[in-house]
Design a protein around this ligand. Structure first.
Ligand code: C2E
Ligand code: CA
Ligand code: CA
Length: 690
């Protein structure tokens, strides 16, 4: 660091030294000049006094000197007079010597006898004095011996017309003056030096104080700087940390976003693309396909028995099954370009570039084949199959929505064809589907608007032709659609659940009709009502049935319920349920018998009293021996298991005869009458004896 004190001291001392030197020199110069003037004045005064007092002997000495031998000088009376006069004049003055030179430069007289006879020509100032000018010679300080401190003045000898006659040399001893002068000088210089020293010290103190302040400030600045530096370091570190944290946070956020993104676009269960991903992806594929003039196939896959597995084995197994199905599809199906799960047991595959329908067929077969081997889940071997609906771009739609809807429609059609089928979409399917939607909408209104009615078809005893009962068959007279056959709307009602309301209505209406007739005197021994599986699945079914019986007052024994074999397959606890119905006193008939897969083993245990031979076998009577053989065996079976047999669709006498001969108990068919409105039925049958 800059040391102010040291620089100040050095500089000050140099300056003080210089000043002292300069001062000393100037003082000496000035005092010497002053001394010169003073000494010269005194010598001049001495000369004047001398000339005034001793002018005459002086002149005489000078004048007599010329041509005189040196040894003769200083002799004579004038010289004696001059000698004594000068001696007395010199007394108590600083003058130490008075010498007189003649114009030839010879010292003709001197108070110092030794000088007499010496030449003054070489003396400085002699010639000038001879010319009339007073000059002085200041003693050199280094002068020594007798000359030390001697101040000499050469003066012309004046007096009237005497200039140029000679020269007076007056020597004055200035040593005491010079000593005092030197003392004064030293004193002055000393004082000045002291003052300087004092000043220097005072300034040094100030400077040192300043230096102290500066040092202190410098230290403070240094401290502040290091504090600042530390703060900057800390802040930098903090920023670095924040930066790191920020980076971590960003990374975390990106990860979270990726995860969210993944979740947003994937099915969490199977890891397949979800509906949203599928839609977005297919949209862009469609744009590409349209641009490149390519065809593209969408396969809608629905698992056929998933619901049963899920219901009977639980959701855990169901979920595992879906995961296996997903991985199976991914592994075994080569031609898929994209696979997604739309939810539930619905999967969707996309084939991006379709050159021919054959390729799509191959893909569909691959998918179906992927279900050939059972899935091992939770210790179960689960046999599954898939139904596939296919729509192809651009023929079957140009938008994702359209293609999806049409593939879905085709899938329903495939399902209807049985398990493990695929079906290409056709425009008729849409028309049918649209019609279905329309029918569904109208059917919901039909009940309230009174468009439905129950018709009755007679059932007669085969041996006597006696009326033993009637089957209640629903009829729908729609203002928009005209009369709609039950084959068209019953399956729809079953799918949509409308059958529950509708079935109860038919049941109530049938019982009421019998009671109304009864009240008016027409007795129908028994009424037969068709039951849907969906109705039986309802836990409240028996309660509803009992309520209807109570409400209408019909004896249970006069009610017959027609169920199909599917009840036994689909309804849980079908046996105990049927058992309860039978215990109520209701008659149970197995409808459409022969068309299903009824096994003898369960048929034996089934609590039904009647088998209703399906119309398709009756139709074959007389020309299809196979049908006849079946009828024979049904009869034999019924006999051994103690079932009554009813035949439906009896149209001819020949059929009636065949059936009664083989032991069929009751007949139903156009031969005895088709289903007609209650009024007509009564008109036709009331007249006959019961
Ligand atoms: P299904 O129970 O087998 O009913 C017998 C069907 O055969 C009736 O058709 C009847 O009109 C028809 N039929 C009767 N005799 C003959 C005949 O000699 N020749 C021909 N060719 N057909 C004959 P429908 O009334 O069109 O009923 C069709 C199906 O609709 C019924 O088949 C039944 O499964 C269902 N269905 C009708 N009404 C109801 C109902 O109220 N509830 C339920 N769940 N299903 C019903
Ligand atoms: Ca029936
Ligand atoms: Ca039937």
């Amino acid at each position: 660091m800059f040391n102010l004190s040291r620089y100040f001291s050095t500089l000050s001392l140099i300056l003080i030294g210089l000043a002292a030197g300069l001062l000393g020199a100037t003082y000496r110069e000035a005092s010497q000049a002053q001394l010169t003037v003073l000494a010269e004045d005194r010598n001049a005064a001495m000369a004047r006094v001398l000339e005034n007092a001793l002018g005459t002997p002086l002149a005489a000495v000078v004048a007599s000197s010329v041509g005189k031998d040196a040894s003769m000088l200083g002799e004579g009376g004038e010289a004696q007079e001059l000698q004594s006069g000068i001696d007395s004049l010199m007394r108590d003055t600083g003058v130490v010597e008075v010498s007189v030179y003649n114009r030839l430069g010879v010292a003709v007289f001197s108070s110092d006898a030794a000088r007499v006879g010496s030449s003054g020509l070489d003396l400085p100032g002699f010639r000038a004095a001879l010319a009339g000018k007073t000059t002085s010679e200041f003693p050199t300080p280094e002068g020594n011996g007798s000359d030390a401190g001697i101040f000499t003045t050469f003066l012309p000898i004046t007096g009237e017309g005497k200039t140029g006659e000679g020269v007076l040399a007056i020597r004055q001893d200035l040593s005491p003056f010079m000593v005092s002068q030197r003392q004064t000088m030293w004193l002055g210089t000393g004082v000045v030096m002291l003052v300087f020293a004092g000043l220097f010290l005072a300034q040094l103190m100030v400077v040192r104080r300043a230096q102290g302040i500066l040092t202190e400030q410098a230290e403070r600045i240094e401290a502040a700087r290091s504090t600042l530096e530390a703060q900057v370091d800390a802040r930098t570190e903090e920023l670095r940390r924040t930066n790191r944290q920020l980076k971590d946070e960003i990374a975390e956020r990106v990860q979270a976003e990726n995860k969210l993104n993944y979740l947003a676009y994937h099915d969490p269960l199977t890891g397949l693309a979800n509906r949203r991903y599928f839609i977005e992806r297919l949209e862009s594929s469609l744009v590409d396909a349209a641009r490149q003039n390519r065809r593209l196939a969408v396969l809608f896959i629905d698992l056929d028995q998933f619901k049963q597995v899920n219901d009977s084995l639980g959701h855990g197994i169901g979920d595992e099954l879906l995961v296996s199905v997903a991985s199976g599809l991914c592994e075994h199906v080569r031609l898929i370009d994209m696979i997604a799960r739309l939810g539930g047991d619905e999967f969707i595959c996309v084939m991006e570039s379709v050159r021919s329908d054959d390729e799509v067929v191959t893909l569909a077969r691959e998918v179906i084949a992927a279900f050939d081997t059972p899935f091992h889940i939770g210790g179960h071997d689960l046999f599954l199959s898939a139904s596939i609906g296919i729509s192809v771009f651009p023929n079957d739609g140009s938008s994702v929505e359209e293609l999806l809807r049409n593939a879905d429609t085709a899938m329903y059609r495939a399902k209807a064809a049985g398990r493990g089928h695929f079906q290409f979409y056709t425009p008729e399917m849409t028309r049918e589907a649209q019609e279905r939607i329309r029918i569904e909408m109208l059917l919901r209104r039909a009940l309230e608007h009174g468009e439905l009615s129950v018709h009755l078809q007679p059932q007669v005893e085969s041996t006597s032709g006696r009326l033993v009962g009637a089957e209640a068959l629903i009829r729908w007279e729609s203002p928009e659609l005209g009369s709609v056959p039950p084959t068209r709307f019953i399956p729809l009602a079953e799918e949509t659940g409308i059958i529950i309301e509708l079935g109860s209505w038919v049941l109530r209406e049938s019982c009421r009709q019998v009671m109304r007739w009864q009240a008016s005197g027409f007795v129908l021994p028994q009424v037969s009502v068709n039951l849907s599986v969906k109705q039986l699945e309802r836990p409240e079914f028996i309660a509803v049935l009992q309520e209807i019986l109570e409400e209408t007052g019909l004896e249970p024994s006069r009610l017959k319920l027609e169920i199909t074999e599917s009840v036994v397959l689909a309804v849980q606890d079908a046996f105990s349920l049927l058992e309860r119905l039978r215990k109520l006193g209701i008659t149970l008939a197995l409808d459409d018998f022969g068309t299903g897969y009824s096994s003898l083993s369960y048929l034996k245990m089934l609590p039904v009293q009647q088998l209703k031979i399906d119309r398709s076998f009756v139709t074959g009577i007389g020309h299809n021996p196979e049908d006849e053989a079946i009828i024979h065996s049904v009869m034999a079976l019924a006999k051994s298991l103690d079932f009554e047999v009813v035949a439906e669709g009896v149209e001819t006498e020949a059929q009636a005869q065949f059936l009664s001969q083989t032991g069929c108990h009751q007949l139903q068919g156009f031969l005895h009458g088709s289903a007609v409105a209650p009024a007509e039925f009564r008109a036709r049958w009331a007249a006959l004896p019961a």
